[in-house]
Design a binder for this molecule. Sequence first.
Ligand code: KG4
Ligand code: ZN
Length: 347
Amino acid sequence: MEMKILGIESSCDETAASVVENGSKILSNVVVSQIDIHAAYGGVIPEVAARSHIEAINPVIKKALTDAKLSIHDIDAIAVTHTPGLVGSLLVGTLAARTIAVVNNIPFYPTHHLKSHIYANWLSGYQPEFPLLAAVISGGHTQIIHMQRHDHFDIIGTTRDDAIGECFDKIAKILGLPYPGGPSIAKAAQRGNPTKYKLPIPKVDDLDFSFSGLKTAVLRAVQKELNLPITTPSYELQKHLSEQQIADFAASFQATAVNILIQKLKKASQKYPAKSILLAGGVSANQELRTQLKKTFSKTHQVFFPDPKLSTDNGAMVASAAYYSIQSGESASDPYDLDISPRSIIH
Ligand code: KG4
Ligand code: ZN
């Protein structure tokens, strides 16, 4: 049966809605980003994010329906991110979705944000084969997940401190590059020498990660390069750095972060059977990472990453994740009775 799902996403700083048919065909995809607002502060301010979602949510949902040339009565299910994320932000999207579901009597599916990021790969026009390994790498998460089938998630590696995207964002701040750090580091790195500064690979057992040490290592390397004491605050450093030094630090850090991830995925692929390897989440937009992943795995695995505009937060991935949950037998939830939660484990 044909199924059109309206997916709604508001867990961080993107207000997004999309209509997806049968889990893979995007009929519309509307994303309103607050990046310009938060760039002024160098990061996401939760209260500002929630307020901006309130202003954007209704027009965004309306545009998703109009762009798809549909009315709400053509929608078979509503899916919305209910965890994890910023509480105030999650509340806005979930409240809008619940209201629309109740008023129009549409089946309602709360959806896990990390699961949605993984399902952005089903919007690429190809179907990843199981079993698979997915690296969920974003501003808030760094996990390697083994999936044997749809709707089955086994977390086999996770970060013990900072997320990889957070590390990009914090190092960009040290270098004086604009928020969000991922894209600005990638851009600066194009002019830099990735072997200029030797940065340490954190020693973490098994398939887990640690990124806070790498951030400190970059801070110390910058202080050393500038002959400044280690007591120099990080915000003082950027004005002493030349364009070339910034580019070299960006390239050296990016190469190290990519290397850490590739090494862990290699280890994971030796331990867990997988036909496909997937990247998901904001950091999966990184071009250098995509190139290295293909180089490392394309002979042994099918390699997938989302279209770059579907790497960061969007409603289409939410709709796709819900579709495959429904196919796997998940029943609709009661829209009157939904909890949001800032932290949670995918299962
Ligand atoms: O998935 P996402 O939009 O939000 C979360 O769920 O966290 O990911 C945002 C993160 C930010 O940390 C941003 O710096 C990073 O993704 N990012 C990138 C790139 N584009 C976005 N990191 C590295 N390279 C990129 N090209
Ligand atoms: Zn996300």
